[in-house]
Structure formats: structure tokens, C-alpha cells
Write a protein that binds this ligand. Structure first.
Ligand code: NAD
Length: 326
């Protein structure tokens, strides 16, 4: 057992997990564990990999099981970010407005859902684009209206974007996100953007929030050459970090925000909410860069199967296996 000590006293293990489908190779456990331990905690982060077809009853049992086993909380990812909401006692204001949860905290008062995807994206965009609210953010085109897109749109509108176009191959998803955002931010002009919307050539920046560019979903979601000369590009995909979009947009001289800042930012904000301690954001980012570089250099690159060394994989069917010791 690797218990940390405080003033000679052993600290109880601080246990957290990631719940999702196909999350065995996630880099989140490594990010959390290193930072948690550097914060002085006996921090353990497990992976609960369950099929998306898991029933609501099994999902409820699984959450209950984890809570009773002493877990402090869970990060939640695809395809449970919306489904988990019905099983929680409460949501914080932003998660309720956004309609998606990527962090659940278990406390004596019950279960609370949060969303740190949007705060992670917000910090990443702020630090990359210079910080002044509204600077270069007045008009934005967003491609992708799924879970990540809900978080990026919420962050953009919160940062002061006044015109937001949402483009998605699935018109209904684009419409649903536009309607939600328009109701939350009545002062902004939010619309569904078609493939030839004027924003493609006039927007201050473009956010890419679809899976295109991931190792198993290669390709270019749109041609960055098409955008206005000074338009920035923000990418949410971070495995690999150098997506075709990032490479092409950088080659054309644009300011590009890759997906690693959002990923590190959501981990930092999750750690803060879970532990009540202040993580070192630069240290977490540096660790993620190191993990991504190691992954890119490994045979099979970012797609290599299986959990990263040191993580514990729980799962298969919705069952629960105790974490590995050590
Ligand atoms: P999702 O399946 O919920 O949504 C994807 C959306 O993209 C869908 O609405 C789909 O119709 C649309 N789409 C797919 N191909 C398209 C195309 N060519 N043009 C226009 N629209 C298209 O997925 P998600 O959960 O939103 O995840 C999207 C990506 O975001 C994934 O790669 C995920 O890894 C990444 N992500 C990154 C972070 C981070 O921290 N950097 C956080 C969350 C998600």
C-alpha cells in the first residue's frame, strides 16, 4: 500500500474513477494520480469501462456501488455525460444550464454533478488568445454540436461571443444546441450554420468539436484555407494532439489552440473540486504533453490499445472489480 503521510499520520486513500465506454487507454488516470500525489494525497484513479448499452438500473447500481466503496467522485465520459444526470441528487448551476456532467462528487450531502469540460476549454482559449474578454471572440463558427460542442459553445458565449454559428452534419443536433444556447444567452445571436454560411469566411475564429482527426477517425473536418485570413482555429481533439486540422491551420500561419489545453484544464478543475486543493496547472499541462509525446512515439501511436502503465482497468460488463493494490 502506498499511503502518503501527513505529520507521521497515514492519509486514507483518495479514490476517484473514470466512468465511460472504451476508456481503457485514457490518459486522465495518469494525469490525476501524479498531480494528486504531488498535492500530498494517497491518490488513486481507476477506470470503470462499461458498455454504452448499460441499462439505467445497472448504471444506478454502479454509482451506488462506487459511492459505498468510498470513492470521492468520478469523471464521466462518453456516452454517459447526459445519462448520469438522472441519477444525481443535484447539479451545479453550470452543469444544469449546459445539460451535461463530466464530474460527479460523492459527499455526505449526496451526489453532485459538475462540468469541467467548459471551464477547461475556457482556460485554454483564454490563455491562448490573450485573455481580454471578447478579444477576437465576437463572432465564432463552431463545427460539432455533441457533448464537447455543448461545453465549447457555453464557454464561448460566457466569454462574450456575440454571434455564434453552429454547424453539424446532423441538423437536429445543431438545432438543439442552438435552441439551448439562445435560451441561455438571449443577448447573443446564435444560429445553425449551413455549409456555406457567411461565418465560414467572416468569423473571428472557428472551434472544431467533432471526432474527425482522432486516431481512429482520421481526416480533415474542413479546409482551414477557407477561413478569413486572421481567423484562429481551436481544436478539441487531443489524441493525437497534432491533428490534420492543427497541422494544416498552423502551416497556413493561423493562431491555433490545440485540444491538450482543454484536456489538462478539465483535469485541473476536476482535481480542485474533488480535493479542495489547488493543482499546479502548468505542471499538469507539462505532464500531459509528456504523456502525449510518449504515446505518439509508442508503436501504434495514439491508438495503442489498453490502459497506460499504472492504471487500473475495471469493467467489461457493468461489473465492478476492486482496484489493483500498490
Ligand atoms: P459526440 O459524438 O457527442 O458529438 C460529435 C458531433 O460531431 C455529432 O453531433 C456529429 O454529428 C458531429 N460530426 C461528426 N462528424 C462531423 C463532420 N465531419 N462535420 C460536422 N459535424 C460532424 O462527440 P463529443 O463527445 O462531442 O466528442 C467530440 C470530440 O471531442 C472527441 O474527439 C473527443 O475526444 C473530444 N473531446 C475532447 C475533450 C478535451 O478535453 N480536449 C473533451 C471532450 C471531448
Amino acid at each position: 500500500m502506498s499511503a502518503s503521510t501527513a505529520g507521521g499520520r497515514a492519509l486514507p486513500p483518495f479514490r476517484v474513477a473514470l466512468l465511460g465506454e472504451g476508456v481503457g487507454a485514457s490518459l486522465t488516470p495518469a494525469m490525476h494520480e501524479r498531480e494528486g500525489r504531488l498535492l500530498g494525497l494517497d491518490y488513486r484513479y481507476d477506470v470503470v469501462d462499461v458498455p454504452g448499452a448499460t441499462s439505467d438500473a445497472d448504471l444506478a447500481r454502479l454509482l451506488d456501488d462506487l459511492r459505498h466503496r468510498g470513492y470521492r467522485g468520478l469523471n464521466v465520459t462518453h456516452p454517459f455525460k447526459q445519462r448520469v444526470i438522472g441519477h444525481l441528487d443535484r447539479l451545479d448551476d453550470d452543469a444544469a444550464r449546459l445539460g451535461a456532467v463530466n464530474l460527479v462528487r460523492f459527499t455526505a450531502a449526496g451526489t453532485t454533478g459538475h462540468n469541467t469540460d467548459w471551464t477547461g476549454f475556457r482556460s485554454s482559449l483564454r490563455s491562448a488568445l490573450g485573455g481580454e474578454p471578447g478579444a477576437g471572440l465576437d463572432s465564432v463558427l463552431q463545427v460539432g454540436a455533441g457533448g464537447a460542442g455543448a461545453a465549447t459553445a457555453y464557454a464561448l458565449l460566457g466569454l462574450g461571443t456575440r454571434t455564434l454559428g453552429v454547424h453539424d452534419v446532423d441538423d437536429e443536433r445543431a438545432r438543439a444546441l442552438v435552441d439551448r444556447c439562445a435560451a441561455l444567452f438571449p443577448g447573443a445571436a446564435v444560429r445553425v450554420a449551413s455549409a456555406d454560411d457567411a461565418l465560414w469566411t467572416s468569423a473571428d475564429g472557428v472551434v472544431h468539436a467533432t471526432p474527425v482527426g482522432m486516431e481512429h477517425h482520421p481526416g480533415l473536418p474542413f479546409d482551414p484555407e477557407r477561413l478569413r485570413g486572421g481567423a484562429w482555429v481551436a481544436e478539441v481533439v487531443y489524441r493525437p494532439v497534432l491533428t490534420e486540422l492543427v497541422v494544416r491551420a498552423r502551416a497556413s500561419g493561423r493562431r491555433v489552440v490545440d485540444g491538450s489545453g482543454m484536456a489538462a484544464g478539465q483535469a485541473v478543475d476536476s482535481l480542485r473540486l474533488l480535493t479542495g486543493r489547488e493543482p499546479d496547472a502548468a505542471r499538469v499541462m507539462a505532464h500531459l504533453v509528456e504523456l502525449l509525446a510518449g504515446e505518439a512515439a509508442a508503436p501504434g501511436g495514439a491508438a495503442r490499445p489498453g490502459p497506460p502503465p499504472g492504471s487500473r482497468l475495471l469493467g467489461g460488463s457493468p461489473r465492478f472489480l476492486g482496484p489493483a493494490t500498490g
